[in-house]
Design a protein around this ligand. Structure first.
Ligand code: TYD
Length: 136
């Protein structure tokens, strides 16, 4: 099973302003089918308590900071994203929440799948059951 992983992105530092970029099948280990962003989040708010059956994600804190909590059903790990040149790869089949958004933070998320409602597991007990049965 793939593990979540912090990936350092290219960074061109420049007195005129820095530049970073990502490429699919390179820094992001999947083909990108979807990109979305979460913004105007009140400071301290949490979002995204769910797992995906198939969708893999790559999350970047373009601005501000937040914590991504990734839970494999047994163990929880916290990844703090607070620089725009780091991304967090989150494989499918893990419960993840995003917490502790700083005011004016901006979370950019790339997904390996189109938005499919049925791909979401939103019930934690169901997630634990599917996980322990090896169904996800
Ligand atoms: P959701 O993924 O539930 O956000 P969070 O887990 O952070 O609370 O998405 C919120 C709403 O946006 C939900 O009603 C579905 C809709 N949505 C789309 O229609 N397309 C998308 O690509 C995403 C990510 C969400």
């Amino acid at each position: 099973m793939m593990q979540p992983q912090i990936i350092e992105l290219p960074k061109f530092t420049d007195p005129r302003g820095n530049l970073s970029f990502v490429e699919q099948l390179n820094h992001i280990p999947f083909e990108i089918k979807r990109t979305y962003w979460i913004y105007d989040v009140p400071g301290g708010e949490s979002r995204g308590g769910h797992a995906f059956r198939k969708n893999e994600e790559f999350i970047v804190a373009l601005s501000g900071a937040f914590d991504v909590i990734v839970d494999d059903g047994t163990e929880k790990k916290k990844y703090t994203l607070n620089r725009s040149y780091y991304g967090l790869y989150v494989p499918a089949g893990l419960w993840r929440e995003i917490e502790n958004f700083s005011t004016n933070s901006l979370a950019l998320e790339f997904g390996s799948e189109h938005y499919i409602k049925e791909d979401y597991i939103r019930d934690y007990e169901q997630f634990k059951t599917l996980k322990s049965n090896g169904e996800i």
